[in-house]
Design a protein around this ligand. Structure first.
Ligand code: CP
Length: 320
């Protein structure tokens, strides 16, 4: 594996889940794999979980991890080819990335979308330019449209839950839109849909208000409904997430608080486990009663970020 930017970079989801759970049981089994290797973690945007879990994962493989908050501490980067850099950008990725490729053995990049221009964001220019010019494996720490480390974690967490308490049918997984105070990227929702569809082991339903349709390239295969109550019926897992509009790009239309998951709406489910990638706006996206209640698995989910990152990094190291 030479890059990890979507589910398509993974050889086999269930094999990778097995490896992740093996790391969870024994974090240091491959502690010499990354000896003498260095990973650069570049953040153009804030992060807690991705940053810390990937650092821990690298360290558990014996690899040094260096964080660089490009957005706050670095030169403003230019990504457009043939740009006339007379504006605010100071350094072209074409100059910066090859240097990073000499400093590091693996590069992780977090970027966010602008939410202003759909074509630009969905072209994934930033991460593609790093892949083009760094000359070393690149791992997405969340890009303009996808968050593969999060989604891999989500599948690990669902698999772990199912192993502990098997069902006699495919699990019903519901991705539900939730209200928020500002327009958020579609990355987590796109990515979760892409991974659940690729995994193929669930009855997958997506529910959101009208006008919040996601890009069909990620949702194709899922059942989509605007009726949240209908969607939640008999669900085994409910993934809660806000996203801004995709068609009329990056906007908030409906922000109906009725879409916030409550104990009343959870009662429609099959005692579903509730997931969220975090950070979460309490009592806007998800109620206290759910987050603090027995159905929430958000802490288990976030803790599994380490094993997802460790599995991706070890797969890259083993393939070099
Ligand atoms: N879920 C997630 O990516 O969290 P951070 O933004 O804190 O990394």
């Amino acid at each position: 594996m030479n890059q990890f930017i979507s589910v398509h970079d993974l050889p086999n989801i269930n094999e990778m889940v097995k490896q992740a759970l093996a790391y969870k049981a024994n974090p240091f089994i491959d502690q010499h794999l990354g000896k003498g290797k260095r990973m650069g973690l570049l953040f153009l945007n804030p992060s807690m979980r991705t940053r810390l879990s990937t650092q821990i994962a690298a360290q558990q493989l014996g690899m040094e991890a260096i964080v660089f908050n490009v957005g706050q501490e670095g030169w403003a980067l230019e990504f457009e080819e043939e740009a006339i850099m007379s504006g605010t950008t100071v350094e072209h990725v074409k100059d910066a990335a090859p240097i990073l490729g000499k400093y590091f053995d693996v590069l992780g990049i977090r970027t966010f979308p602008s939410l202003k221009n759909k074509e630009d964001d969905y072209s994934e220019l930033y991460i593609k330019q790093f892949i083009k010019y760094a000359g070393i494996p690149v791992v997405s720490l969340e890009s303009a449209t996808l968050h593969p480390l999060q989604s891999f974690t989500d599948i690990i967490t669902i698999s772990e839950q199912l192993a502990a308490k098997p069902l006699n049918k495919k699990p019903k997984i519901v991705l539900t839109w939730a209200p928020h105070v500002k327009p958020l990227p579609q990355c987590v929702a796109n990515s979760f849909a892409q991974w659940v569809n690729a995994w193929g082991e669930a009855d997958f339903v997506i529910t959101h208000p009208e006008d919040y349709e996601l890009d069909p390239q990620f949702t194709k295969g899922a059942t989509i409904t605007h009726n949240q109550s209908e969607a939640l019926k008999d669900a085994d897992f409910v993934y809660v997430k806000n996203w801004s509009t995709y068609a009329d790009y990056g906007r908030i239309y409906c922000n109906d608080p009725e879409w916030m998951l409550t104990a009343e709406s959870l009662a429609l489910t099959n005692n579903a486990k509730v997931m969220h990638c975090l950070p979460v706006r309490r009592n806007v996206e998800l109620s206290d009663e759910i987050l603090d209640g027995p159905n929430s698995i958000v802490t288990q989910q976030a803790s599994n970020r380490v094993w997802a990152a460790q599995t991706v990094l070890s797969t890259i190291l083993k393939s070099r």
